[in-house]
Design a protein around this ligand. Structure first.
Ligand code: ATP
Length: 227
C-alpha cells in the first residue's frame, strides 16, 4: 500500500539547525499512528514538516509516494486535515459560523459530536475546552481528509472528552483515513493506535506496533514519557 505520507532519513528543524534527525516514518490509509515522546523531543516539528509548514532540511518527504514540497495551504484541498496545537477556530465567531467558514459538512460534524448541537449559536470562545477541540477536530474530519495530522488533541482535557476525541479519530481511520497523533496521554492513545513512534531528542527511540508498545509501557513511561 502506498503511504499517505512517508519520511525517509528526514532532518527537520529551524533556520537550518536540525531538531529531528534521520526520521523514517510512514502513515498508511486506515491506521492510527501515535507519535510520542517527552517535551522538546521534536514531535511538533515533525508534524509541521509532514504538513508542509516547515521545509525539510534534508532527506525525503513523500506524499502519496511522490516527492512533495507543497506547503500546507496548497495541500488542504488534497486531503490533509491538520489540527494544530493552537486550536484553529475563530473564538469570536459562533460554532455555526466556524463550521460555515470551515466549508465542512455541518451535519457530519454534529453526527460526530452531537454535544455541539445545542452550542451552534454559542461564541466559540465561550465553549468549554473539550467543545472547542470537538469543533476543531470535527471541522477537520468533516472535510473528508485522507490524512489527519493532530497535535496534542487532548491537551488539558477531561478523560471522558479525550476518549470521545480519540474514538472519533479511530472511527475515521476505520473508514480509511490515516491519522498521526502527537499525544501526551500515552495509555489512552495506545487504546486506539495501531503503531507507535517514540521520539527522544530528535531521533526515533522506539518504533513498533501498539501491542509491542503496550508490552513495554512501564519501561517507556518510566524512562521518559508522561501520561
Ligand atoms: P512539546 O511537547 O514541548 O511541544 P515537542 O516534542 O513537540 O515538544 P518541538 O516543539 O518539536 O518538540 O520542539 C523541539 C525543539 O525545537 C525544542 O528544543 C524547541 O526549543 C525547538 N523549537 C521549536 N520551535 C522552534 C522555532 N520556531 N525556532 C527554533 N527552535 C524551535
Amino acid at each position: 500500500m502506498t503511504a499517505l505520507v512517508e519520511a525517509r532519513k528526514l532532518c527537520a528543524g529551524y533556520q537550518g539547525v536540525p531538531v529531528v534527525r534521520d526520521l523514517d516514518l510512514t502513515v498508511e490509509p486506515g491506521e492510527v499512528v501515535a507519535l510520542l515522546g517527552p517535551n522538546g523531543a521534536g514531535k511538533t516539528t515533525t508534524l509541521l514538516t509532514l504538513a508542509g509548514e516547515l521545509r525539510p532540511i534534508s532527506g525525503d518527504l513523500l506524499v502519496d509516494g511522490e516527492p512533495s514540497k507543497a506547503p500546507l495551504h496548497k495541500r488542504a484541498g488534497g486531503g490533509l486535515g491538520f489540527v494544530p496545537e493552537e486550536r484553529s477556530i475563530f473564538m469570536s465567531q459562533t460554532t455555526a459560523e466556524n463550521l460555515r467558514v470551515g466549508r465542512c459538512d455541518v451535519d457530519r460534524v454534529l453526527e460526530l459530536f452531537p454535544e455541539l448541537k445545542p452550542k451552534l449559536k454559542t461564541t466559540a470562545g465561550l465553549l468549554s475546552g473539550g467543545e472547542q477541540q470537538m469543533l476543531s477536530l470535527g471541522r477537520a474530519l468533516a472535510r473528508g481528509p485522507r490524512l489527519l495530522l493532530a497535535d496534542e488533541l487532548s491537551l488539558g482535557l477531561a478523560p471522558l472528552v479525550v476518549a470521545r476525541l480519540l474514538a472519533a479519530v479511530r472511527a475515521a481511520a476505520d473508514t480509511g483515513v490515516g491519522a498521526l497523533l502527537v499525544e501526551q496521554h500515552v495509555r489512552k492513545v495506545l487504546e486506539v493506535a495501531d503503531r507507535v513512534y517514540v521520539l527522544r531528542r530528535g531521533v526515533v527511540d522506539f518504533a513498533g506496533t501498539a501491542t509491542e508498545a503496550k508490552a513495554r509501557l512501564s519501561e517507556l513511561e518510566g524512562s521518559y514519557l508522561s501520561g
